[in-house]
Ligand binder design. Structure first.
Ligand code: FA5
Length: 352
């Protein structure tokens, strides 16, 4: 093929290639391949030295024409492609202030969700739901619960004191005291709520956490009633049999007192930081209400008896969702919270 023909073909190929370019970068690379210093045009023109003077002249002027034409075509093409690119970018970033925002349904916090389920189960067994204040008197948190002023068991619950000698309740047992004042026996209550302790935190200990208090007062209440209610609750909550163990436990407001532990559902009992590698988690201390507590609540202990329990609600949530650190629960971390789909639980009844 003669040099002139090669120039002609190159021009055609360049123009066809240009049509096919979809972006400024593609176009730049094509320009480089054809008109760049080491491009195809330069390559073809290397053969010009072998031509006769006349042919040289003709080829030279044809080459200049082609270069000028292609330079212009590439320049125009580049402008068009850049405009197209900008248009697409603007289109994708277009913000329509009037566009309707699809509603984002809220979901229950896992603590509320589990709390409502617990409330539903106990309600079905005739327990009413009570509430009490978070800032409490020493008397309601300790005194009326059979902790004398210098009782060593006060140290079991590190207390956060507030001005005026009051405190942030360290447990929901305060609602036992308040319920006895307003309800006539027989009664059954539960009291879910937030409690506070001045403790060092770890995977299973928080300074702010949730408990559910339970109390039943009737004519003849025994440990068998307590165990029956616990078992019924656990079976309904977990919808399967969960391994539990009951061991003696000491609390001044119950006699006898027990600790009810669950086989750790986070690790399946094999040991993890939640159960401190023991395979068991303390969940639900309980016992028969101490006669002194009934008396302090204005109930005659020779006529009435009762059982009480303090369920560790935060830990129950951890068992339900296999949460490996209690500190996630109240961290406010949205990424953590978004992992929980609401099970659609709703409150069964208003608090009394
Ligand atoms: C009490 O608070 C008693 N009021 C429970 C009680 C009520 C006993 C009625 C007898 C009769 P305790 O300090 O063990 O007990 O706490 C009860 C439960 O709360 C524990 O089993 C545990 O599940 C949970 N809990 C205790 N401390 C923490 C903490 N720092 N962080 C998270 N959960 C905790």
């Amino acid at each position: 093929m003669s040099l002139l023909d090669r120039l002609q073909t190159l021009e055609q190929e360049a123009l066809t290639g240009l049509q096919k370019c979809n972006s400024p970068t593609e176009l730049e690379s094509l320009y480089h391949d054809i008109l760049g210093k080491k491009g195809e045009l330069t390559e073809i023109l290397k053969g010009i030295k072998d031509l006769s003077p006349e042919e040289k002249k003709e080829a030279g002027s044809r080459a200049n024409e082609i270069r000028a034409n292609l330079e212009k075509q590439f320049k125009d093409g580049q402008i068009k492609l850049k405009e197209k690119e900008l248009e697409a970018k603007l289109q994708s970033e277009l913000y329509d202030a009037l566009r309707p925002i699809p509603p984002r349904p809220g979901r229950l916090h896992p603590i509320s969700e589990v709390q409502y389920q617990v409330e539903a189960i106990f309600s079905s067994m005739g327990f009413r739901i009570m509430d009490g204040p978070e800032v409490e008197t020493d008397q309601s948190n300790f005194g009326a619960l059979n902790f004398s002023d210098d009782h060593p068991a006060r140290d079991m619950q590190d207390t956060i004191w507030v001005e005026g000698g009051n405190l942030l309740r360290t447990h929901t047992s305060t609602v036992q005291v308040r319920s006895m004042k307003v309800l006539k026996p027989p009664f059954r209550i539960i009291a879910p709520g937030r409690v506070f302790r001045f403790e060092q935190t770890d995977a299973s200990h928080e300074t702010t956490f949730h408990q559910v208090e339970g109390m039943m007062v009737d004519r003849e209440v025994s440990v068998s009633h307590l165990i029956y209610v616990m078992k019924t609750f656990l079976r309904q909550y977990f919808e399967k049999d969960v391994e539990v163990r009951l061991r003696p436990g000491y609390f001044p407001f119950v006699e006898p007192g027990f600790e009810l532990d669950f086989s750790c559902l986070v690790c399946g009992g094999s040991g993890c930081s939640v159960c401190k590698h023991s395979g068991w988690v303390e969940i639900m201390p309980c016992g028969l209400v101490h006669p002194n507590v009934l008396s302090a609540g204005g109930i005659d202990p020779t006529k009435w008896q009762g059982f009480a329990f303090g369920l560790g609600l935060s830990r129950l949530v951890m068992m339900r969702h296999k949460i490996e650190d209690i500190r996630h629960l109240l961290s406010g971390n949205l990424r953590f919270l978004k992992a929980f789909e609401s099970a659609g639980a709703s409150r069964v009844s208003e608090k009394s």
